[in-house]
Design a protein around this ligand. Structure first.
Ligand code: FCB
Length: 462
C-alpha cells in the first residue's frame, strides 16, 4: 500500500533510486605500510603531536584491506544496492605518478569483483583526501602540474576498472581539504596558507576535476556516469513566504557569506563554466592567472550533482528583508559531534541545486555521529540514528515529489571509522566496529535501513 501525506501526494521514491552507504580509503583500510603503498599526507599528518584526538591514526583503522570480504558480506546482509568507496592514490601510485604499484591496484580489482559478485554496484571516488606525500613534497595542489598528476592517476584506475565500474566521483569535498587542510591547518597536510595560494589551489583542484572527468569519459570502455561530491550546509527558510525562500536561495549561493566553502564557487565553474561574479569581486586581489581554455577544461560535462549534506542553516528575514540566521531553539537537537539536526537541509539543498544546475541530485553522504556502544544484550541500539535518517530521507523524498530529480542516497557511513582530526571518537557507522579486536556488529539502524531499502522507502512511513 502506498502511503499518502496530508496533501495527498504519493510518498514514493523514484523507481530507480539507488540506496547505498559510503566510506573512504584512509578512514577504513589500514594497511598503511603494506604491499608497496606509498605515504599519504594523512600518514604524515597523524604523526604530528596534538594533530588528532587521542593521537589516533589510520594505520590499522577498520583493517578493511584484510577484511574486505567479510565487509562485503555485511553489505549484502544489509541489502545495500550500492557502495561508495574511495581509492588510495598512493596505494596505486606510490610516488603519485609513474610506476604503478600492482599489488595496490589489485586490491581494488578484487574488491570490485567481490562487490559485483554480491550484487552491489560500486561508486568510486578517486580522491578522498589521502594525497600522495611524494607529490606534496613537490608543492602538492599548488604545483601547476597537479591537475595532470590527477589525470594520470585517473587513467591508470579507469583503464583497470572501467570494464566493471560505471559510476565515478572525481573528488570528495574540495572545500574541506582546501579550507581545513590548507588554510586552518587542522587536516592534512596541516598548512595555513594565504588567500593567493588557496585560490590557486582551488583553481588547480577544479582543473584536476575537469581533466579527470575527460579522462574517465575517453578511457572508459563502457558508458559511464561522472560527478563530484562537494560538501554543503544548505540554507533553508524559516517560513514558506516567497521572500523568505528567495532570501534563503540567495544566501545558499553567497560567496560573501561562505567564502571558499560556498558550493557555487566550485560548482558554477564545473556546470556553468564560470566563477560566480560575486566571488570574483570578493577575491579580486588574490585571483590566480586564469587561462582562456581553463573553463572549457573545468566544465567537462558531468552526469549528476553529488553532494554531502549533514546539516543546514535556517534563515529568517530581518527588517530590511535580508536573510539572517534564525535563533536556534533552546535545547535544540544535535548529534554527538554537536552538529544540529536539520532534516530540512535535505529538501531545500536539492531543490536549490536543481533549480540552478538542472542536474540529477545524488546525496553522496549523509548521516550522524552517535554515542553508540555495545549493550548488555551484545547489540548496538541506536534509535537516534534511525530517527535522524528517517527525518532526512522524508525531506529528500518531498524534494522528489516537488520535481527535483533525486537519484540516490548514500548513508555515511557503512561502518564506524577514523573520523579525521576526531580520530575514533565519532561513530558514524551503520555497523559498529571494535577498534581493538576488529569485530563488527550490525547496529539497529542498519537493520532498519535494510527495511527501508527493501520497501523502496515505504518503511519510512511505517
Ligand atoms: C565528511 C567527509 C567524510 C566524513 C564525514 C563525517 O566531511 O567527507 O569523510 O568524515 O564528513
Amino acid at each position: 500500500m502506498n502511503k499518502h501525506n496530508k496533501g495527498g501526494l504519493l510518498m514514493k521514491f523514484p523507481e530507480n533510486f539507488v540506496w547505498g552507504a559510503a566510506a573512504a580509503s584512509y578512514q577504513i583500510e589500514g594497511a598503511a605500510y603494506e604491499d608497496g603503498k606509498g605515504l599519504s599526507v594523512w600518514d604524515i599528518f597523524t604523526r604530528q603531536k596534538g594533530a588528532i584526538e587521542n593521537g589516533d591514526n589510520g594505520d590499522i583503522a577498520c583493517n578493511h584491506y584484510h577484511r574486505y570480504k567479510e565487509d562485503v558480506q555485511l553489505m549484502k546482509e544489509l541489502g545495500l544496492q550500492a557502495y561508495r568507496l574511495s581509492l588510495s592514490w598512493p596505494r596505486i601510485l606510490a610516488n603519485g605518478t609513474g610506476k604503478v604499484n600492482q599489488k595496490g591496484l589489485d586490491f581494488y580489482d578484487k574488491l570490485i569483483d567481490e562487490l559485483l559478485e554480491n550484487g552491489i554496484e560500486p561508486y568510486i571516488t578517486l580522491f578522498h583526501w589521502d594525497y600522495p606525500y611524494e607529490l606534496y613534497k613537490k608543492g602538492g595542489w599548488l604545483n601547476p602540474d597537479s591537475p595532470d598528476w590527477f589525470a594520470e592517476y585517473t587513467e591508470v584506475v579507469v583503464q583497470k576498472l572501467s570494464d566493471r565500474v560505471k559510476n565515478w566521483i572525481t573528488i570528495n569535498e574540495p572545500q574541506v581539504f582546501v579550507n581545513l587542510g590548507h588554510k586552518d591547518g587542522v587536516h592534512a597536510p596541516g598548512l595555513k596558507l594565504g588567500m593567493e595560494d588557496l585560490l590557486q589551489i582551488s583553481h588547480n583542484v577544479l582543473l584536476a576535476h575537469g581533466k579527470g572527468a575527460r579522462v574517465i569519459r575517453e578511457t572508459s570502455v563502457q558508458d559511464c556516469r561522472i560527478g563530484l561530491a562537494p560538501s554543503d550546509s544548505p540554507v533553508f527558510p524559516a517560513t514558506k513566504s516567497e521572500e523568505n525562500i528567495q532570501a534563503a536561495r540567495r544566501a545558499s549561493f553567497s560567496v560573501e557569506d561562505k567564502g571558499l566553502w560556498a558550493i557555487n564557487w566550485w560548482m558554477d565553474p564545473v556546470i556553468l563554466g564560470r566563477y560566480p561574479e560575486e566571488g570574483l569581486k570578493i577575491f579580486e586581489e588574490y585571483l590566480p592567472e586564469i587561462k582562456t581554455d581553463d573553463f572549457k577544461i573545468i566544465s567537462e560535462p558531468i552526469d549528476f550533482f553529488g553532494v554531502n549534506i549533514y546539516q543546514g542553516v535556517c534563515v529568517k528575514l530581518d527588517d530590511k528583508g535580508q536573510a539572517v540566521p534564525a535563533e536556534r531553539k533552546v535545547g535544540y537537537a544535535r548529534n554527538a559531534y554537536y552538529w544540529p539536526i536539520t532534516p530540512e537541509a535535505l529538501y531545500w539543498g536539492p531543490r536549490f541545486y536543481y533549480e540552478r544546475y538542472k542536474k540529477p541530485v545524488i546525496i553522496t553522504e549523509n548521516g550522524m555521529s552517535n554515542v553508540d556502544w555495545v549493550a548488555v544484550d551484545g547489540k548496538v541500539h541506536d534509535p537516534q540514528r534511525i530517527d535522524f535518517t528517517n527525518r532526512y530521507l522524508r525531506e529528500l523524498q518531498k524534494a522528489g515529489e516537488d520535481g527535483v530529480d533525486i537519484q540516490g542516497y548514500f548513508h555515511w557511513s557503512l561502518m564506524d571509522n577514523f573520523e579525521w582530526a576526531q580520530g575514533y571518537l565519532e561513530r558514524f557507522g551503520l555497523i559498529y566496529v571494535d577498534f581493538e579486536t576488529g569485530e563488527r556488529i550490525i547496529k539497529d539502524s542498519a537493520y532498519w535501513y535494510k527495511k527501508v531499502i527493501e520497501t523502496k522507502g515505504e518503511a519510512l512511513y511505517a
